[in-house]
Design a protein around this ligand. Structure first.
Ligand SMILES: NC(=O)c1ccc[n+]([C@@H]2O[C@H](COP(=O)([O-])OP(=O)(O)OC[C@H]3O[C@@H](n4cnc5c(N)ncnc54)[C@H](O)[C@@H]3O)[C@@H](O)[C@H]2O)c1
Length: 387
């Protein structure tokens, strides 16, 4: 294949810029072939971009017009659309999170593998130079064995007007979670991609400010089974927002804060110094340096370009379906831990997560989400049954 024809499903906040950026891209390795949305007024975007419009994703996928789809709809629809496409040999680039829960997400991965199509996820923060540098410093041993990984992502402020702007937003049956499912997936993914995958999660989940069914704030403690500890704080209810990432290890510490990346290097590894120093109190001198890495990358179009290359036989340096599952394991475990008040081992028990969603829906749903979960789950079952 020398050219990838994209179909974009969901022409909202995210799908509209995806469609426009594909048309604007000059590479000519891919093009926009069609778009789809259940809202008839979105046909105006099709007219603007000169492509056919479909109101039903199955018709777009069956049209013969597209080689790959970009899924940019409410989370519960990700799995049925991905599975329907995979079964027909159409590649899938899915918006984050892969799904609202690990069960459907694992099904997406399994079906895409079975039908030999690519599954990528728009976790574009992986393309930020700053984050790639942090990953490199962990992997090349500059920091030594990691003791602590901590991430504050309070830079995701959302107003009540934001949550009120869409039926599905801030609901259990429409969105499947709050900050952990919609905003923080990028940071959960960076946390896991750079700091490693924990094996046990304990969380405190809260709806602190907003009038929504789901959480707007989460605190997560991660254990790795080797003494290393991780901490994540995510909220949409704090100003000024911060993005702070600290990786502390035996040979050094890396701090991303206030838009600066700083590296502290120890002269003697901590595990040695602690036993060789004769002083009871004095810690060793540390050399700090500012790393001159510009904030670069982090653009959605980079993922769309790379995915097209992958479909055409190249490599995909960003999050595949398998890799994107990690952040969802963390968020789902945090929900189970937070709402059931217990530590949760990974991988998450998919049945336990679905039962928790049933309970949260029953106890907290205001009806705003309009039963998207139910409709999408039914569609997924039908597609798996070949319908
Ligand atoms: N990567 C990012 O930076 C980023 C940013 C924002 C949103 N997102 C993700 O993009 C996805 C969409 O979010 P959004 O903010 O654009 O939502 P949105 O509500 O603005 O848009 C969703 C669109 O999907 C359409 N839709 C809903 N159900 C459909 C169906 N069954 N078939 C076809 N169309 C359907 C809606 O009519 C709407 O136009 C979510 O997964 C979200 O998490 C990612």
């Amino acid at each position: 294949m020398k050219h990838v024809r994209y179909g974009v499903i969901g022409i909202g906040n995210m799908g509209t810029p995806h469609a426009r950026s594909i048309v604007a891209d000059k590479s000519r390795k891919f093009s926009l072939a069609a778009i789809c949305d259940t809202k008839p007024e979105k046909a105006a975007v099709a007219q603007e971009l000169g492509v056919p419009f479909f109101a039903d994703y199955r018709e777009l996928i069956d049209s013969g017009l597209v080689d790959a789809i970009i899924i940019a709809v409410p989370h519960y629809w990700h799995a049925p659309m991905a599975v329907y496409a995979a079964q027909r040999g159409i590649h899938v680039l899915c918006e984050k999170p892969l799904a609202s829960s690990v069960g459907p997400a694992r099904t997406m991965i399994q079906q895409c593998k079975k039908h030999k199509v690519r599954l990528g996820v728009v976790l574009h923060h992986r393309s930020r130079d700053i984050m790639r540098k942090a990953k490199q410093l962990v992997e090349n041993g500059t920091l030594g064995e990691l003791f602590r990984v901590s991430m504050v992502c309070s830079s995701w402020f959302r107003s009540q007007a934001y949550y009120d702007s869409g039926d599905w937003r801030g609901t259990w049956d429409g969105e499947g979670g709050g900050v952990l499912i919609n905003q923080a997936p990028h940071h959960l993914d960076l946390f896991k991609w750079i700091g490693g995958m924990p094996n046990r999660i304990s969380a405190v989940i809260d709806t602190r400010q907003h009038k929504i069914e789901v959480e707007d704030t989460a605190n997560i403690i991660c254990q790795y089974g080797d003494g290393k500890i991780g901490y994540i704080y995510a909220t949409t209810a704090e100003v000024p927002g911060m993005e702070q990432f600290i990786l502390s290890g035996d040979k050094g510490t890396l701090v991303w804060d206030g838009g600066k990346l700083r590296l502290a290097k120890l002269k003697t590894p901590l595990s040695k110094y602690i036993y060789t120093t004769k002083s009871g109190f004095k810690s060793q001198d540390v050399t700090w340096s500012d790393l001159d890495i510009k904030e670069n990358g982090g653009k959605h179009i980079m993922i769309i370009r790379a995915f097209a290359d992958w479909v055409m036989g190249g490599k995909f340096p960003y999050a595949t379906g398998d890799e994107a599952l990690g952040e969802l394991e963390i968020s789902n475990a945090a929900y189970i831990s937070g709402y059931k008040n217990k530590a949760v081992d990974l991988p998450v028990d998919a049945n336990e997560m679905e039962k928790l969603l049933d309970t949260l829906e029953r106890q907290r749903s205001t009806g705003k989400g309009q039963g998207i979960r139910k409709a999408a789950t039914k569609a997924l079952k039908q597609h798996l049954a070949g319908k």
